[in-house]
Design a protein around this ligand. Structure first.
Ligand SMILES: [Cu+2]
Length: 246
């Protein structure tokens, strides 16, 4: 066995060991998504990260190999080589294939994230304005809205149920950004955006505006409470009487 083959075998044993030992793909710094839609974005991120580590790893290995193997050994001019058709075809076809595979996965995930249910369990109308948010539940006539600095509204959602959102802006461009859902969408004046969330676990999250929209842009915060359907029903009936709440 050559030195190269031995090194390759050792590397594959180490790699297989790492994979088997963890049995779980790391998050690579991303949020897990917390919704069915965000979760598929998260898995796409993992795939892209692994692909980039793979491509980057091979690139640096080849670079290192060329640096060591072909370093200057004397003043003699090395053998002059021009072109290698097989190699050139290989390094054109392989990257194109990698991009094509990433493209297919991206389109599939985008279709999933952008899909809007015909029969959602819940509808929420979101209005962004300078400087706050209004969440309106048209099926229950319940509104939660920003009521000044520090008085942020709550977006209450039942776990496991699909909510369809209708997002608009009253004035300038805002961004409906929920980092822990791996989700961001423009809120544009004159344009209505639709999207679905199907939350996967009960927890609280913080949302914010992702477009610099004026003086109190930083105050455009909101909380998201994902609760059980029973807790959600109770919350709705509590707020139906008061109509408007924080
Ligand atoms: Cu804003």
């Amino acid at each position: 066995m050559t030195r190269m083959a031995r090194a390759a075998r050792a590397a594959s044993v180490v790699a297989a060991g790492l994979v088997l030992a963890s049995c779980k793909i790391p998050s690579f710094g991303a949020y897990h998504g917390n919704t069915v839609q965000g979760n598929s974005t998260y898995h796409l991120w993992q795939g892209f990260f692994i692909a980039s580590v793979f491509v980057g790893g091979i690139t640096f290995l080849l670079l290192g190999f060329a640096l060591v193997r072909f370093r200057r050994r004397g003043d003699a001019i090395p053998k002059q080589v021009h072109g290698n058709t097989k190699l050139e075809v290989f390094y054109t076809v392989v990257p194109v294939l990698i991009v094509a595979v990433l493209f297919v996965f991206t389109v599939r995930v985008e279709n999933k994230v952008d899909a809007v249910s015909n029969h959602p369990n819940l509808r929420v109308d979101v209005t962004a304005f300078q400087w706050g948010w209004k969440f309106y539940y048209p099926d229950y006539k319940v509104t939660t809205i920003t009521q000044g600095v520090g008085a942020y509204p709550t977006l209450e959602l039942p776990v496991g149920e699909t909510a369809t959102f209708r997002l608009v802006s009253n004035d300038v461009v805002h961004g409906f950004y929920l980092p822990q859902f791996d989700f961001s969408r423009y809120a544009l004046p004159g344009v209505t955006n639709y999207f679905d969330f199907t939350p996967q676990r009960t927890a609280s999250f913080t949302g914010r505006c992702s477009q610099l929209c004026g003086l109190y842009h930083a105050e455009m915060l909101f909380s998201v409470h994902v609760v059980t359907p029973a807790q959600f029903a109770r919350w709705i009936s509590n707020h139906q009487e008061s109509q408007v709440t924080k």
